[in-house]
Design a protein around this ligand. Structure first.
Ligand code: FAD
Length: 510
């Protein structure tokens, strides 16, 4: 029996901290708690670890932030094979980290967290999985991720298609695309990686585009063995590389958050790249975006335009009116026969925060509150009146320009610090004050109003139906790092306090 496995009698499992998810967030949090001697259990809805890097196995899947930065700072891997690693290597990396820290025995797989409520008397979370098991914990930490619920477009006849049809995050590897007519719906981050990989294999590739993405050229060669060895053996080289990548990425934040017009020079480079890659004038027109670069996620590829210009590819920009048993009908009335449909249509981002039903103090439903007031958390992590709940990569902590692992590590530090503060104060629980949370979000939204995401002239998954950005951080990532260094007890209410501590101000309830 594993440490985490509930007993056969299905008694509630008691633990100090309950972690949801085994992606970068959940695993990183578990390691931090393990180092600090805090008892924990991890619940994972799938049958293996890895999150994003387990689920997305489509052809060409790779990260778009260089791996020497897009990895844990405390678990460097000097021998990444490519600058931008492919999914199998990132997944292997996460599996390696899991095994190194012996985390598997703390994980309960195939355990979908369904709901959780805070008990005001006990100062404990009662959390239930879909199979009816109960976990009782002092701290509930969600590393459930923002990009794990595939989003399908609401197109008439979607269920009528007779051939294989699947989402890019649920790639059906049993389907052989060789010689097939393949329709890809969507031209976002996943599609631009898939298209160059499969164009040589298929008979015909129909690419359905609503809005063209900005694509910055990027090559991803195998790194020479000598360089990989040097990364492992030359003191400081890997750390310096990581630092260099960090600041190069960070430079983009100035344009994205403060001066969107400063990004124009990147647009000029991208347009030059379209001109040199695509000879056909009409195709160039269709591929050229008309919004400020950065407004939607900037994509990277040196092979995408060549694949779109391939005679086997048709870029279809007329909207889709319906799907039939054997193809797709566009708004101009044309029917495009297809053997396979791939939905490269992204994820339900905001739903993922509300995926688990959470009831805080006095039984208040967090989703109801967020539906009323909009999604928001204090420093993207904690929520007023919902004690001891922590989000990793929660509201407004995603990034458009840098590695989210940097954000996740900042949050892990903050959560570990909060647990320490509770212990130090003899408190059972903490939750941010309304004032602190509102002030944090008002300042953040003010900053975001000047950003390219709010003003760049596009619609994107970063904005909710009211045009409010609930997804991205609005500044430099080092500012977020600073904001999550050292919890500020004055921003919190404490519950179940057994003794007062001289060093810390206290606004809580005993
Ligand atoms: C194709 C792709 C490429 C990306 N590339 C980059 C990149 O280059 N750079 C970058 O910064 N970001 C990138 N991202 C964003 C990426 O999601 C994050 O970088 C990171 O992997 C998020 O880690 P996470 O642990 O927070 O979430 P996830 O990796 O999504 O892990 C969440 C885990 O929680 C589990 N889970 C969710 N809900 C429940 C529940 N209710 N009960 C139990 N378990 C649950 C899931 O099964 C999953 O295992 C990319 C995303 C995608 C989809």
């Amino acid at each position: 029996m594993t440490h985490a496995e509930p007993t056969a009698t299905r008694e509630p499992v008691h633990t100090r901290a309950l972690i949801i998810g085994t992606g970068f967030s959940g695993l990183g949090m578990a390691i931090a708690l393990q180092k600090r001697g805090v008892d924990f259990v991890i619940l994972e809805k799938a049958g293996d670890i890895g999150g994003t890097w387990r689920d997305n196995s489509y052809p060409g899947c790779a990260c778009d932030i260089p791996s020497h930065l897009y990895s844990f700072s405390f678990e460097p891997k000097p021998d990444w094979r490519n600058p931008f690693s492919y999914q199998p290597e990132i997944w292997d990396y996460l599996k390696g980290v899991t095994d190194k820290y012996g985390l598997r025995r703390y994980i309960v797989f195939n355990s979908l967290v369904d709901r959780g409520h805070w008990d005001d008397e006990e100062n404990r979370w009662h959390v239930f999985t879909a199979d009816g098991r109960e976990y009782v914990a002092q701290f509930l930490i969600s590393g459930a991720g923002a990009l794990h619920i595939p989003s399908f477009p609401d197109i008439e006849g979607r269920d009528e298609f007779a051939g294989p049809a699947f989402h890019s995050a649920e790639w059906d590897h049993s389907v052989d695309l060789t010689g097939k007519r393949v329709a890809i719906i969507g031209t976002g981050a996943s599609a631009i990686q898939i298209v160059p990989e499969i164009v040589g294999q298929v008979a015909e590739l129909q690419l359905y585009q609503r809005t063209p993405p900005w694509v910055v050229p990027r090559s991803n060669p195998d790194l020479p063995l000598a360089l990989r060895r040097a990364m492992a053996n030359v003191p400081g080289l890997r750390a310096l590389t990581r630092l260099g990548i960090y600041w190069a990425q960070e430079a983009l934040a100035f344009g994205m958050t403060k001066r969107p017009n400063a990004l124009k020079f990147i647009e000029a480079y991208c347009k030059y790249n379209i001109r040199r890659s695509v000879k056909d004038r009409e195709l160039r027109r269709k591929l050229t975006p008309h919004y400020r670069i950065g407004c939607k996620r900037i994509l990277n590829s040196s092979t995408y335009y060549g694949a779109v210009a391939d005679p086997k590819t048709q870029l279809i920009t007329e909207g889709i009116s319906r799907i039939t048993t054997d193809g797709i009908v566009t708004a101009d009335g044309r029917e495009h026969k297809a053997d396979v449909i791939v939905y490269a249509t992204g994820f339900h981002v905001t739903d993922s925060y509300t995926y688990v039903q959470i009831k805080g103090r006095h039984g208040e439903d967090l989703v109801d509150r967020w539906n009323r007031e909009g999604i928001g958390a204090h420093r993207g992590i904690t929520v007023a009146d919902v004690p001891n709940l922590f989000f990793l990569l929660g509201p407004n902590t995603g990034l458009g320009h840098n590695s989210v692992v940097f954000m996740i590590e900042s949050q892990i530090h903050y959560v570990a610090d909060a647990i320490k503060t509770c212990d130090k104060m003899g408190a059972q629980a903490l939750a941010p004050t309304r004032e602190a949370q509102d002030a944090f979000n008002a300042e953040l939204q003010e900053k975001l109003s000047h950003s390219v995401w709010n003003s760049g002239g596009c619609s994107s998954w970063y904005l909710d139906e009211h045009g409010k950005n609930t997804v991205l951080w609005g500044g430099y990532t080092w500012q977020y790092w600073r904001a999550t260094r050292g919890g500020k007890p004055e921003e919190y209410r404490f519950f179940g306090v057994r003794r007062r501590h001289k060093d810390l101000s206290l606004t809580g309830e005993a």
